[in-house]
Design a binder for this molecule. Structure first.
Ligand SMILES: C[S@@+](CC[C@H](N)C(=O)[O-])C[C@H]1O[C@@H](n2cnc3c(N)ncnc32)[C@H](O)[C@@H]1O
Length: 209
């Protein structure tokens, strides 16, 4: 267990219930990620948490270092590898796509994790990152209130541009972006838009070179 997983391991139910209390935000985020998910392909979510995204997105595999988070995801029908993104117990060229939802900000070594993602992807495989953009309204709020948030106190937020550059360095190409949560209205489900710069929640998709 590391500092980036302990809070999730010790407060799993609280984390999971957040999505019920903020159901319009959750639905907006699902709609945005759905834009990027390829149909009828074998995918895995790294940092799958309790499976709140993998389940509705019909992703059958996950990676999760927190035992308690992993157990919740298993109850949602997901096969979970207990592991860190930086060292995946998965064979080369196994998956068509890899998803990470608000997990990159917890990684201890992003280039190593991206290299692992590259390794487990099949030819033309895709990486899909969903992030809270550091340069957005919500990103600035989370950064400011970080120390008092048990889940995000150890997070390192990134901008869409920073992650694009890191992905390019890890030999990913053909970038596509979608965004949502352009206004922080808690009770409205938002339709996602292409691009980034307006929304607090950004989905980045690229494929391997
Ligand atoms: C904010 S939660 C996101 C969970 C899920 N993707 C969701 O959106 O509900 C971040 C997750 O990343 C996991 N995590 C932290 N460090 C990790 C690492 N190095 N590799 C993989 N997962 C990690 C945590 O245990 C936690 O479940």
């Amino acid at each position: 267990m590391t500092d980036t997983t302990t809070a999730f391991d010790q407060n799993t139910l609280e984390y999971d219930q957040w999505f019920e209390k903020h159901s319009a935000v959750y639905q907006s985020e699902i709609l945005a990620i759905q834009q990027a998910i390829p149909q009828n392909k074998k995918g895995i979510e790294i940092g799958v948490g309790t499976g709140r995204f993998a389940e509705p997105l019909k992703i059958k595999f996950g990676v999760e270092p927190s035992e308690n988070m992993a157990k919740f995801a298993e109850q949602r029908g997901i096969k979970v590898y207990r592991a860190f993104a930086e060292n995946l117990p998965i064979d080369n060229a196994t998956f068509d796509f890899v998803l990470m939802v608000t997990t990159v900000c917890f990684l201890s070594d992003i280039p190593k994790a991206f290299s692992e993602v590259h390794r487990i992807l099949k030819p033309n495989g895709e990486i899909i990152l969903a992030i809270i953009d550091k340069n957005s309204e919500l990103g600035r709020k989370y950064e400011k209130e970080k120390s008092s948030n048990k889940f995000y106190s150890n997070a390192h937020f990134h901008s869409t541009e920073e992650l694009t550059a890191l992905l390019q360095q890890s030999r990913f190409q053909n970038f596509q972006y979608w965004q949502t949560l352009t206004s922080l209205k808690e009770n409205e489900i938002e339709k996602p838009e292409k691009g980034y710069g307006q929304g607090s929640f950004v989905v980045i998709k690229a494929n391997i070179v």
